[in-house]
Design a protein around this ligand. Sequence first.
Ligand SMILES: [Zn+2]
Length: 262
Amino acid sequence: MQFILENEGVIRLSVFAGVFCLMAVLETVRPRRKRSFARQKRWFSNFANLAIGAVCARLILPWVPVSVAFYAQQNPVLFEPVLPVVVGILLLDFCIYLQHVAMHKIPVLWRLHRLHHADLDYDVTTGIRFHPIEIILSLLFKMAIILIFAIDPLSVILFEVILNAMAMFNHANFKLPLKLDAVLRLFIVTPDFHRVHHSSIQAETNSNYGFNISLWDRLCRTYTAQPQDGHETMQIGLEYFRDPAQLRLGKMIIQPFCKKEP
Ligand SMILES: [Zn+2]
């Protein structure tokens, strides 16, 4: 445990790079869907968007979630720091599920979150495609939860590493054997599970909000098992953002401020 706390940066970077490379290889070897666009066309924009979000968050926010967790251990605000590490991880996961639902239901938040849904292909880089303002709001929300419940720093680090890895795994365009998918999705969010959430059919977009464990969607009745048009032929994205020009970085950054596709 001490090792994780002391080597947080290296662990985060290694898991990110390792899972990203593994997913990129699996997408090449066992693709689930035919790509509509060449990787290079989308990957630069999706990565650059992530980099801008990370730099903005570093410049604007004076804290990171784990520093808030250390603070809360010494200065509990509402609850004493008594949650076991696993409970802390599950609590964070449920709160991020609720935040995701709010991102869809509250119009001003949807303006930010729709960038994630406007990607016209679905692959490992879709999992990192969040508007910089959404990244900052998300961090603030997470820090508030950590402060209120005095969540253990170890829970926070593990949750962030798992969330990061799972976001790349469940957005990856690779085909898991269907029987394996059926077993895994009883517990965790698989690529086929989450792809439904990226359907351009609104009822499907507004389902399968979970990122890590699949329980929350089942409990809250937001679970859709499969897309009505099938995984290989379903339309990915949003009906009103179909122009490939929208995949460019500049268009992505201003997208929340556009009423509809210009
Ligand atoms: Zn969403």
